[in-house]
Write a protein that binds this ligand. Structure first.
Ligand code: SF4
Ligand code: SF4
Length: 199
């Protein structure tokens, strides 16, 4: 059956009318910033103090876009007669975000919680080399990492918090015991003027 003349126009007008009555979903970025969920994968932040230069993230990265350089330093023995120890010191930590595919493997495998997702995404560059973020820039991203969500009310206490609480309780008990065992301070002799005139 041949189409009725003008039916296409009517259909188009019907779609227009239907859309006009719906709430708009257009985001007016960049005038209005989007409300991103806290687990958005925008950029990776480095918490350098936690990094032990174990290289696990660089080895597991499927894109080979994490660059780490380090050197070894000798730490003197903690006690007399003890053994000297050596530790890795970080010289360079960089991520090339022009290669990164935001898989999150580096963050998952880091055994020391040194890498975090930040929802920040406004770091486009006109020069591709600028997309390699060095350690200072990666550290700056840490300020934009959102707080972790609260634990479920019935969740088990995290082991780090439990250990810190037990240590604090032990210390408080030891201080209380020491205070109870301390000898009482001798009484001070009364001062002369308090005794009144001697004549
Ligand atoms: S998110 Fe994936 S691709 Fe990007 S640096 Fe980490 S491991 Fe590599
Ligand atoms: S896995 Fe974690 S601790 Fe190891 S080098 Fe990477 S960021 Fe540092």
């Amino acid at each position: 059956m041949p189409p009725i003349p003008g039916s296409g126009l009517a259909k188009g007008l019907a779609v227009t009318l239907r859309t006009m009555t719906k709430k708009t979903v257009t985001a007016q970025y960049p005038d209005v910033q989007p409300e991103l969920p806290p687990r958005t994968r925008g950029v990776i932040g480095l918490f350098e103090e936690n990094c032990t230069v174990c290289m696990l993230c660089a080895r597991e990265c499927p894109d080979w876009c994490i660059y780490i350089d380090s050197h070894k330093e000798t730490v003197p023995a903690a006690v007399e007669g003890g053994r000297e120890r050596s530790r890795n010191v970080l010289d360079r930590f960089a991520i090339d975000f022009s290669l990164c595919m935001y898989c999150g493997i580096c963050i998952e495998v880091c055994p020391f919680d040194a890498l975090f997702w930040s929802p920040e995404f406004e770091y486009a560059e006109t020069d591709i080399h600028e997309l390699t973020h060095e350690r200072d820039k990666l550290r700056e991203w840490m300020w934009t990492v959102p707080e972790p969500p609260a634990l479920d009310p019935g969740a088990e206490e995290p082991k780090e918090i439990a250990a810190a609480r037990k240590a604090a309780e032990k210390l408080a008990a030891a201080q209380e015991q020491a205070a109870a065992q301390a000898p009482a301070a001798p009484e001070q002799p009364a001062r002369q003027e308090d005794e009144g005139p001697t004549e």
